[in-house]
Write a protein that binds this ligand. Structure first.
Ligand SMILES: [Zn+2]
Length: 305
């Protein structure tokens, strides 16, 4: 049985935004009829859990709306509902990580927020749920080494910046759009970031197909083990590499992304490493296509676990 964490108040009311907030509810609805998956409500992340990762000035800005530029640095219009919703989505990441340590696998039906930095947000990411969950598991004693695998279309720049000061984390981002200082770049032949001792990245060139994606995965997944076998893998399963996505220069279909997910789950399971995943990205005009990618990730997990 796979436990997935979802809450109806995940979606802050941000109006008609490029980020389709209703997809989370649609994925949760799709799970109702899926055998082997159970949906539970998460606890919200606590102020202490957030403050291990983010500065108090930034947390207070998101909570109060002041200063407004900082409260909206992630590019969402601020409202009083924003803070409770991001506490819930980050809480879901923590609950999924904790559950994965017990059951081997779990999912937060929320974004991972891989562009969020310690002192500001970027690219629709307010607080970095991946690092918040990793810190929570370190403090709870569940995992002393955590690997973060980011297969969103965009480079996980926030996660990398937060991993830089956490040598117990290994971060790997395989991307088709670079992301730097709140701007996305489609040309991945120019790198705008530097990898480090525990931060790895690999590019997917324009037109990349399923075969090339799987090859790149095979070559790079071992980086997750390079600094020691992790006791937990957090996996950001982005929906935006899909060829139907307006930001994606890649030639990847639903089958390719399901195979990607299957490979990732098999990598974890074969090594006995617990894995928790989060949803991310996905801007296709037809929201059903985004939902299908996320539901396929569940299918892949059911196949492997
Ligand atoms: Zn993305």
């Amino acid at each position: 049985m796979i436990t997935a964490y979802h809450h109806p108040e995940f979606a802050a009311p941000i109006g008609d935004h490029v980020m389709p907030m209703r997809k989370f509810a649609l994925v949760a609805k799709g799970l109702e009829s899926m055998a082997g998956v159970r949906v539970e409500e998460p606890f919200p992340a606590t102020p202490v859990e957030l403050a291990r990762v983010h500065t108090q000035t930034y947390i207070d800005a998101v909570r109060t709306g002041t200063p407004r530029a900082l409260a909206e640095s992630q590019k969402f219009p601020w409202s009083p509902a924003l803070f409770p919703s991001v506490c819930l989505t980050n809480g879901a990441c923590i609950c999924a990580a904790r559950r994965a340590l017990r059951d081997g696998v779990s999912c937060a039906v929320a974004s991972g927020f891989h562009h969020a930095h310690a002192d500001h947000g970027e690219g629709f990411c307010t607080f970095n749920g991946l690092i918040v969950a990793a810190e929570a598991m370190l403090k709870e004693g569940g995992a002393k080494r955590v690997a973060i695998l980011d297969l969103d279309l965009h480079y996980g720049n926030g996660t990398a910046s937060l991993a830089a000061v956490r040598p117990w984390i290994t971060a790997l981002s395989i991307y088709g759009n670079d992301y730097h200082e709140n701007v996305a770049y489609r040309d991945v032949s120019v790198s705008r970031h530097q990898d480090g001792a525990n931060r790895f990245s690999a590019t997917l060139p324009a037109g990349c197909d399923g075969k090339e994606l799987l090859q790149t995965l095979e070559q790079n997944l071992p980086n997750l083990l390079k600094l020691g076998i992790p006791e937990l893998i957090l996996y950001q399963a982005g929906a935006d590499p899909l060829r139907d996505d307006p930001y994606s220069p890649l030639d990847l279909g639903h089958e390719d992304l399901r195979e990607r997910d299957r490979k990732v789950f098999a990598f974890a399971r074969e090594r006995g490493i617990p894995i928790a995943w989060v949803l991310a990205g996905g801007y296709a005009r037809d929201v059903e296509k985004i939902v299908a990618v996320h539901l396929n990730t569940f299918e892949a997990a059911r196949m492997v676990f």
